[in-house]
Design a protein around this ligand. Structure first.
Ligand SMILES: Nc1ncnc2c1ncn2[C@@H]1O[C@H](COP(=O)(O)OP(=O)(O)OP(=O)(O)O)[C@@H](O)[C@H]1O
Ligand SMILES: [Mg+2]
Length: 240
């Protein structure tokens, strides 16, 4: 009988790989803040990872670096095998648009646009015809249980509904990588569970999910949990 090598033996490169990643904020006359120190992180394609840590520990900073919204002060970040420091602004924008979906802490919805138009935003006016934008945005809103609120503006929606619009927007481009900063913070536990189940299905379909949360029950949905303290990333023990 021929032995068949398990698929894991041909390990694919991690979709997110950081080495010695650091971030120092220096705002004018204010003292420097070392927000992230020496972070080595590997996340495989199809991984579902939770990141926990106290307020101000560096979680959003790490997410902004992984999402190519900000540049590290030190270290290397390879997204899907590409060292992002080699990309120019246009290439970075294309990478964000095509590979990464964001759910921001605080939603970042555009107040003058309907829920539907907010969700359709990442599709880009030029790239996708109007009727297809509408159709896909309606489907994404339905997936988060908001089909009936498509025409509402953010200030006409509850906090949890705004959060769900932000999640629909993050999913509209069917991104390889979903980065979600406290995506269930404003949701009741049942709606939160539905969103986490949705993330689990995305993982099962091969998407990579990185979830920032304060809640241990939320982190328990992930395959792996890391904790950030004072800008340093630690792997959480399985029984912790
Ligand atoms: N643009 C900035 N300029 C200067 N300091 C910043 C900036 N953004 C964040 N910081 C500081 O960096 C540190 C890490 O901030 P970060 O937003 O990553 O924390 P967090 O873990 O996401 O916290 P929270 O749970 O409250 O959202 C904090 O001390 C914060 O004050
Ligand atoms: Mg934060």
């Amino acid at each position: 009988m021929t032995a068949v090598a398990p698929r894991a033996a041909v390990a694919a490169p991690p979709v997110i790989r950081t080495r010695g990643l650091g971030k120092v904020y220096s705002a004018g006359t204010q003292a420097e803040v070392v927000a992230l120190r020496d972070v080595d992180l590997d996340i495989a394609r199809g991984g579902f990872v939770a990141i926990m840590g106290p307020s101000g520990s560096g979680k959003s900073t790490l997410m902004n670096l992984i999402g190519c919204l900000d540049k590290p002060s030190s270290g290397v970040y390879e997204c899907d095998g590409v060292d992002v420091s080699t990309l120019d602004a246009e290439q970075l924008a294309a990478l964000r648009r095509d590979k990464i979906g964001f759910v921001f802490q605080g939603f970042h919805l555009l107040p003058r646009m309907s829920a539907l138009d907010n969700v359709a935003m990442p599709l880009g006016y030029a790239r996708v015809p109007a009727h297809e934008r509408q159709h896909r945005a309606r489907e994404a809103l339905a997936a988060v249980g908001l089909a009936e609120r498509a025409g509402h503006h953010p200030n006409q929606l509850s906090g949890g509904q705004q959060q769900r619009v932000a999640i629909a927007r993050a999913l509209i481009n069917n991104p390889d990588i979903l980065l979600a900063d406290e995506p269930t913070g404003a949701l009741d536990s049942r709606t939160g569970e539905e969103i986490l189940a949705l993330f689990g299905r995305l993982r099962d379909a091969g998407h990579t999910v990185v979830l920032i949360t304060h809640e241990a029950e939320v982190a328990a949905h992930a395959d792996r949990t890391y904790v950030i303290r004072d800008g340093r990333l630690h792997a959480q023990e399985a029984d912790a």
